[in-house]
Design a protein. Structure first.
Length: 83
């Protein structure tokens, strides 16, 4: 699983579960500066930070995945998922 964003709840976090990802690339179509495709899987672009992208775009990337492999935890979400 790849994740981006500091571990604190102050920053948005996004992760890709590679067990679920099938590499359709829908996330990359929505956010090409955040996702890349490699080895038939989506990966977060090295050095990219979810904090640099808007909440709407991050939600769209999560919703675009037909396999629910992307998890987005908004800024300040104290009930966020553990990676």
């Amino acid at each position: 699983m790849s994740t981006a964003g500091p571990g604190g709840a102050q920053f948005p976090q996004i992760s890709v579960d590679h067990e679920l990802c099938s590499g359709t690339g829908h996330c990359r179509e929505v956010a090409p500066k955040l996702f890349t495709l490699r080895d038939r899987r989506a990966w977060l672009v090295e050095g990219a930070s979810p904090a640099d992208f808007g909440d709407g775009l991050l939600r769209q990337a999560e919703e675009a995945c037909p396999w629910f492999a992307i998890t987005y935890t908004p800024k300040g979400d104290l009930c966020g998922k553990i990676s």
